[in-house]
Write a protein that binds this ligand. Structure first.
Ligand SMILES: [Zn+2]
Length: 248
């Protein structure tokens, strides 16, 4: 079979000269794949709009000896509001980069795909930050390292006293276990409760969630630290996002 179908979100697009682009796609059927899209950067290309970042597109792909290529494509959801707003672009870029870092090539992960698609759909309606935080914690869960939030990640006991959040131990630490990870971060009760909500609520309910400015900062730091620990590397657009949020 030389042709195959893939419904995919465009995570990254790299100009290759001659109007060609190398696309990194997250497809529902085949997970993360890299494909060549010939001529799509040319102004005359009819495919041009459907290979833009974050677009959800139905691809017909041609199996190549080294690299598969786009034979046909048709946009399913364009997410043009996201691409037109700097705030949304920075959050969506971060999600795309995070997904690309999380999943190995060619490994199907439909739950993560559906989570990304639903998150983009809701971002298209305006919100971005809380959706991003919820995506981070849920994506970690779908990759097999959901943080422990209901009990102490070290001793399994009740979460008594002053709480810490430890990337290394895998979640919240009770006061007795505060020595388990010297790099653990302080986590208020309120933030601990919010983390549970971000992890448990479906994305469409998150617009009901209110988080204080201080809570948002703390959650961003905790989750970023957690993902960085698991990914063992820094994410480019995350640092961009931090700088972005630091502006008055
Ligand atoms: Zn403990």
């Amino acid at each position: 079979m030389k042709l195959y179908k893939a419904d995919a979100i465009v995570l990254r697009s790299i100009e290759c000269g001659n109007g060609d682009k190398l696309l990194v796609l997250f497809s529902r059927e085949h997970g993360k794949i890299k494909v060549m899209a010939h001529g799509v950067a040319k102004p005359s290309s009819r495919k041009r709009g459907f290979v833009q970042l974050f677009t959800y597109t139905r691809f017909l792909l041609h199996r190549g000896r080294e690299l598969d290529s786009v034979s046909q494509c048709e946009g399913i959801e364009m997410f043009s509001y996201i691409r037109d707003n700097l705030d949304q672009i920075s959050y969506a870029s971060y999600l795309a980069e995070l997904v690309e870092a999380l999943i190995p090539e060619g490994e199907q992960n439909e739950p993560l795909f559906l989570l990304l698609l639903e998150t983009l759909r809701l971002m298209e309606e305006g919100e971005a930050e809380i959706l991003t935080r919820s995506f981070e914690i849920k994506a970690a869960g779908l990759m097999g390292y959901r943080p422990v939030l209901e009990e102490c990640a070290q001793c399994g006991g009740a979460l008594a006293g002053r709480l810490l959040f430890s990337a290394k131990t895998g979640g919240l630490l009770c006061q007795l276990c505060s020595d388990a990870d010297p790099r653990a971060l302080v986590c208020s009760r309120g933030v601990a409760e919010t983390l549970k909500v971000l992890s448990g609520w479906t994305p469409d309910r998150l617009n009901q969630l209110k988080i204080s400015a201080a809570g948002r900062v703390q959650i961003k730091i905790l989750l970023y630290d957690y993902l960085k620990y698991h990914l063992e590397k820094d994410l480019k657009s995350a640092s961009f996002l931090n700088r972005f949020a630091a502006k008055p």
